[in-house]
Design a protein around this ligand. Structure first.
Ligand SMILES: [Zn+2]
Length: 88
């Protein structure tokens, strides 16, 4: 049986919340705990060679992805570290 779009969305959200919990549930820079704006930052490079978004959250949530090169940041702090290659 195929999963409905609603079931896929629910599963994606569960993986995302699990991944965020594993990484400490707060922005590692400013400390916000608003999970709606938390994102994974690739510490080494731009992450273009890695999976992104819901696939990355799935791998983190299921323990199939090492965490040492990932940082949990809010979208503001994420933008600050990636904009023009980093902080001024
Ligand atoms: Zn932040």
């Amino acid at each position: 049986m195929a999963y409905s779009n609603a079931q896929k969305r629910t599963a994606r959200l569960a993986h995302r919340m699990r991944a965020i919990t594993i990484k400490g549930s707060r922005c590692e820079s400013c400390g916000t705990e608003n999970h709606r704006i938390l994102e994974f930052h690739h510490v080494n490079g731009d992450g273009k060679d890695d999976v992104q978004g819901s696939k990355l959250a799935y791998l983190v949530a299921t323990g199939r992805r090492a965490l040492d090169d990932l940082q949990l940041l809010c979208s503001n702090c994420h933008k600050e570290v990636t904009y023009d290659g980093g902080p001024a």
